[in-house]
Write a protein that binds this ligand. Structure first.
Ligand code: FES
Length: 161
């Protein structure tokens, strides 16, 4: 065993300090990555206010996937809008709109949702979650900071143009 004279550190102390520094650096990087992952972004992408387009870009009856916001923007026949999160309420798979079926059809376990996001079949426990839509100067903005859960569709979830 090496003797410590009080001013110098021995090999065992050095390895202990190096190990502690490595663990601290790793933990710091992990926490920083986790923080970036859970922190809402404010650059116009998912987790912030997403600019979907101008009102007139969306025909009544249309359904448009807005990839950067991870939602479908539906313009209803009355001209109002609803934004549905693309995430299945069963186990979180991305749900595509199936034009030929006229419904959302989850590829994972077969949940089916109608245009308003209401469950039509499969294991999904509730309708698709939605995001608030804001119309400002003719532009459609969607607030993806927090998805809103619901038990059924009602018109309060839509925004008139
Ligand atoms: S994740 Fe969609 S049905 Fe299971």
């Amino acid at each position: 065993m090496t003797k410590n004279n009080g001013n110098k550190i021995d090999r065992r102390q050095f390895l202990g300090i190096a190990w502690l520094a490595s663990v601290t650096a790793f933990a710091g990087q992990t926490l920083a990555a986790l923080f970036r992952f859970i922190q809402p972004v404010s650059d116009g992408g998912f987790g912030g206010i997403v600019k979907a387009g101008m009102v007139d870009d969306f025909a009544p009856g249309s359904i448009t996937l807005v990839k950067e916001g991870r939602f479908f923007l539906s313009r209803l026949e009355d001209g109002s809008f609803i934004a549905l999160w693309q995430r299945c309420t069963h186990l979180g798979c991305s749900v595509p709109w199936e034009e030929g079926e006229d419904q959302y059809h989850c590829p994972c376990h077969g949940s089916l949702f109608d245009k308003m996001g209401e469950v039509q079949g499969g294991p999904a426990p509730r309708p698709m979650d939605y995001f608030p839509v804001i119309i400002e100067n003719g532009e459609v903005l969607v607030n993806t900071e927090e998805a809103l859960e619901r038990k059924a569709f009602d018109s309060s979830q839509t925004t008139s143009a």
